[in-house]
Ligand binder design. Sequence first.
Ligand SMILES: *[C@@H]1O[C@H](CO)[C@@H](O)[C@H](O)[C@H]1NC(C)=O
Ligand SMILES: *[C@@H]1O[C@H](CO)[C@@H](O)[C@H](O)[C@H]1NC(C)=O
Ligand SMILES: *[C@@H]1O[C@H](CO)[C@@H](O)[C@H](O)[C@H]1NC(C)=O
Ligand SMILES: *[C@@H]1O[C@H](CO)[C@@H](O)[C@H](O)[C@H]1NC(C)=O
Ligand SMILES: *[C@@H]1O[C@H](CO)[C@@H](O)[C@H](O)[C@H]1NC(C)=O
Ligand SMILES: *[C@@H]1O[C@H](CO)[C@@H](O)[C@H](O)[C@H]1NC(C)=O
Length: 347
Amino acid sequence: MMKSALFLSALAFFSSTKAYTIPQSKRTIDIVGKSRNSASHYSSSSSSSSSSYSSDYSSITDAEVLNYALTLEHLEVAFYTQGLANFSADAFAAAGFAAAVRANYDEILSHEETHITLLQSVLEEMGADIVQECTYDFGSVDVASFIAMSAAFETVGASAYSGASELLSDRELLPAASSILSTEARQSTWIQSTVQHLNPWSGAFEVPLTPNQIFTIASNFIVTCPSSNPPIAATHAFPPIGIPTTAAPGASVQLSFNLNETSASDLSELFVAFLTSNGTIFEQFSSSDSYNVTFPTQEEGLLGTVFVLIVNSTTEAVTDATTVAGPTPLMFPFNATDPQIEALFPN
Ligand SMILES: *[C@@H]1O[C@H](CO)[C@@H](O)[C@H](O)[C@H]1NC(C)=O
Ligand SMILES: *[C@@H]1O[C@H](CO)[C@@H](O)[C@H](O)[C@H]1NC(C)=O
Ligand SMILES: *[C@@H]1O[C@H](CO)[C@@H](O)[C@H](O)[C@H]1NC(C)=O
Ligand SMILES: *[C@@H]1O[C@H](CO)[C@@H](O)[C@H](O)[C@H]1NC(C)=O
Ligand SMILES: *[C@@H]1O[C@H](CO)[C@@H](O)[C@H](O)[C@H]1NC(C)=O
Ligand SMILES: *[C@@H]1O[C@H](CO)[C@@H](O)[C@H](O)[C@H]1NC(C)=O
């Protein structure tokens, strides 16, 4: 990689303008958890080279969008089915959760199963081929990690439906799609608020994500899909970004990712994009070869669920065309049981 003295001194100035302390309570949860080094376990003929997938969704069909949604619902159903089989009522009680918590997870599972039935019946009516389940590897090891992952899946699900709605050409499909979206958001709210006693939302908006961005996240948990599955709206998983679990707002964080999908010759041509509920924040790497970046502070907007990407432009909105790696979702919990908030609602 090329090193430029001029560049380094300019960045030294840039980074010296930032000095933040790291609040210990604002630790992140990396939902990709064990963060594998390979980009994707999904085998797709279009995932082998950066030039052979299209970042343009204009020719995507409604059946491909619905099969994409169905792929995500299958993943959620597999996650809840396995998790509820793995963790008994006693395990939930031992982890400090009321019996109603596990019972509500049963209900969430049945709602996700109903979403599958609905999507399958719409696809059937269209005469379209229907995707079958894949095999998965979630690796949740205890009730607490199951709950943390469930919060992330529901939040990512809301981002998936938010981003996919514009791809549907038949407006009559929108009420069904948006009623699934709002249910995913309610589930996410219940988990974060009632179960985790944390923030029920990230801000005024969900972050809408493209099918390929969502698929980059989902592919961390997908081992293999039936080769007979029809195409879905997502065709490509971007290289993953490894983020240490110590990452926190205001901290200097060392990222890891593969540069193979960009023509950039070094990190000086790339940026870290943080997609937050309140908009996108771009940061530069601290030098052209260190992979270190100073995370924005909570006050600057690193709050709730945030998606981290490596991009090659700060002048355009983050799209598949400017994405080099990621997204990796991070959750920066904030408190729903803050005494200041409770004071607003005296008994
Ligand atoms: C880029 O790197 C990832 C991770 O090492 C690998 O899985 C992927 O196939 C590579 N892509 C290309 C286009 O070489
Ligand atoms: C359930 O347990 C199995 C066996 O340990 C494990 O492979 C799987 O990832 C677990 N799934 C969930 C969602 O906890
Ligand atoms: C990058 O960050 C790591 C971990 O925070 C730190 O140990 C290392 O010294 C940093 N490297 C540079 C070049 O700043
Ligand atoms: C980066 O920028 C160039 C020029 O705007 C663009 O053609 C390219 O597709 C972008 N994406 C990547 C991943 O390099
Ligand atoms: C949201 O962004 C706007 C403009 O970028 C900023 O003025 C405002 O303070 C931000 N709000 C929060 C809650 O971060
Ligand atoms: C939320 O508030 C409680 C009680 O004040 C505190 O113990 C906990 O650490 C806080 N959690 C976060 C994420 O700030």
